[in-house]
Design a protein. Sequence first.
Length: 288
Amino acid sequence: MPADTAKTLAAFLKDRRTRLDPAAFGYSGRRRTPGLRREEVAQRSNISPTWYTWLEQGRGGAPSADVLDRIATGLMLTDIEREHLFVLALGRPPEMRYKPTLGVTPRLQRLLDSFDACPAFIKTATWDVVAWNRAAAIVLTDYGKLPVDQRNILRLVFCNPAIRAKQHDREGMARFLVGAFRVDAARAGAVAEVTDLVDELCSKSPEFARFWKENDVYAPSDGVKHLQHPDLGTFEMEYSAFAIDGRPDLGLLVYNPLDDQVKDRIRVLVKRTIKRAYRKTLPQRNPQ
């Protein structure tokens, strides 16, 4: 580890140690300096006090990922602090630890809603759609009308004939989705979490089973989607995938129709759905 990096790591460890309240961990007695003592952090981290002291002194070499994980636990680091610790010590972030999503914030939903003519949705690493805008409901599918456990992109594509019928190059699209799904799940550390879904789809769809056995991988970042829509006709959309900072369990997908006339028609349909939703909120008149 370069000397400058070792010093930066040492300063980070010391700063986080001095922020901890000894009383919160059951330590008592008068102290000359704030925070936990080095030997207390070492004890909480199940590592040698000498080794931890060396790290805070900027010497001793780069610790292993296992040691860093234990130190992160001992110092009660947040996810972003843990990531920073790994980047300082090893020059890379830690392996992903998948956490099931608890939904999206109102801010993310407002971001989706700002795309008036561009279908957009947020999906988990297991490809469950958890938030979407009105354009997505019109162009792709109305996820709100589906049971929660059926809002999975792969279930819709491989088990829902109506969704599959909208796709232009059905086999090519399906093969790409399986390869991109494989990449997403691995990146998010969710390989174990998708096992049941993969087994289910393999049993229900011979096509999915065939693509899954091919072990192909595709970058899920961007591309062009051809769609056959009952109201909008056949058209193309560019799509881009975005990571959501601070939420490795989620990904944002935005579709941009290439035909301006299609965009205008989507805007009209979105306005109609907004008006219908507004009318439902009005009090019903009693017949006289």
